[in-house]
Design a protein around this ligand. Structure first.
Ligand code: PEP
Length: 258
C-alpha cells in the first residue's frame, strides 16, 4: 500500500514572512483535518535559503521538508552550490531533482548524467530524491512520450541500488503542463505512470510496486481528485497551488478522498 505524498515546490517564491504565514496556515489546516490527515504525507520544498527557518516553523508538525536541488560533489570549489550533507543538515528529507525548469529553462543547466550523480549523492546522504521526468509538447506530439520517460528514468537511476522503496520518489511532470494551467488528463497521467512503474520494475523488481510516482503539472484542488484516483498516481508535486494554504490543503483533502 503506497501512502500518497503531496509535495509543494515553492520554486523562487515568497519572502520569509510569507513562508512563515504559509506554514502556519498549513499546520492549522492539517490539525483541523484530524488524525485522518496522516494518511497523506505532506512535504514543502522552499528555496534553499529558507530551509533552516522553515524547518523551525514546521517543527513538531507532520510536515516534511524538501530541497529543490543540490550539488553532487561533497565539497570544494563549487561557488554557489550546496552539498548533499549541507542540505541534509537542514532536516530536509526530500530533494527535487531533474525538474524541467532546471533541465530546460535555466540555461540548460542539467543533463541526465548530472541528475544521476545528484540522485546518488542524495541517497548517500540519507535523503530521498524526487526524480522528475517528463516530455515536452513537441515530444508528445511526435509520440515520443514513453521513450522520453524510459530514457530519463533509466539514465537518472544508472548504478542506483533500489533495495527499498523509500530510496526514491518519481514525479511525472509533462513540461507542457507545468505552470501553464493545462494539466494532463487522468488517462494521460495513468498511462505515463503505469509505463514508469513498468520501467522501474526492470531495474528494481517488486520494489517498483512500492515506489511512489507523483503527478505534477497544474494540479489544483478541482482536478486533483480525478488525477489521484488513478491507480498509479500516488500523489502530486505542486508548484503554483502550493503557495496558498487553502489551495494546497484543497489538494491534500482531494487526495484523502480519492
Ligand atoms: C512544478 O513546478 O513542479 C509544478 C508542477 O508546477 P505547477 O503546479 O505550477 O504546474
Amino acid at each position: 500500500m503506497r501512502r500518497p505524498l503531496v509535495a509543494g515546490n515553492w520554486k523562487m517564491n515568497l519572502d520569509l514572512a510569507q513562508a512563515r504565514e504559509l506554514v502556519k496556515g498549513l499546520r492549522d489546516g492539517l490539525a483541523a483535518l484530524g488524525p485522518d490527515a496522516r494518511k497523506v504525507e505532506v512535504a514543502i520544498c522552499p528555496p534553499a535559503i529558507y530551509l533552516f527557518p522553515v524547518a523551525k516553523y514546521a517543527d513538531g508538525s507532520e510536515i516534511k521538508l524538501g530541497a529543490q536541488n543540490l550539488y553532487y560533489e561533497p565539497k570544494g570549489a563549487f561557488t554557489g552550490e550546496l552539498s548533499a550533507a549541507m542540505v541534509a543538515e537542514t532536516g530536509a528529507r526530500y530533494v527535487i531533482l531533474g525538474h524541467s525548469e532546471r533541465r530546460h529553462t535555466i540555461g540548460h543547466l542539467e543533463d541526465d548524467r548530472m541528475i544521476n550523480r545528484k540522485v546518488k549523492a542524495t541517497i548517500a546522504a540519507g535523503m530521498t530524491p524526487i526524480l522528475c521526468v517528463g516530455e515536452t509538447l513537441a515530444e508528445r506530439e511526435a509520440e515520443q512520450t514513453l521513450d522520453v520517460l524510459t530514457f530519463q528514468l533509466t539514465a537518472g537511476l544508472v548504478g542506483v541500488g533500489l533495495e527499498s522503496a523509500d530510496k526514491l520518489v518519481v514525479a511525472y511532470e509533462p513540461v507542457w503542463a507545468i505552470g501553464t494551467g493545462r494539466n494532463a488528463t487522468p488517462k494521460q497521467a495513468q498511462q505515463a505512470h503505469a509505463h514508469l512503474r513498468g520501467q522501474l520494475r526492470e531495474v528494481a523488481g517488486n520494489v517498483a510496486d512500492e515506489v511512489r510516482i507523483l503527478y505534477g503539472g497544474s494540479m489544483k484542488p478541482d482536478n486533483a481528485g480525478e488525477l489521484m484516483s488513478r491507480p498509479d498516481v500516488d500523489g502530486g508535486l505542486i508548484g503554483g497551488a502550493s503557495l496558498k494554504a487553502d489551495a494546497f490543503l484543497g489538494i491534500i483533502k482531494a487526495t484523502l478522498m480519492s
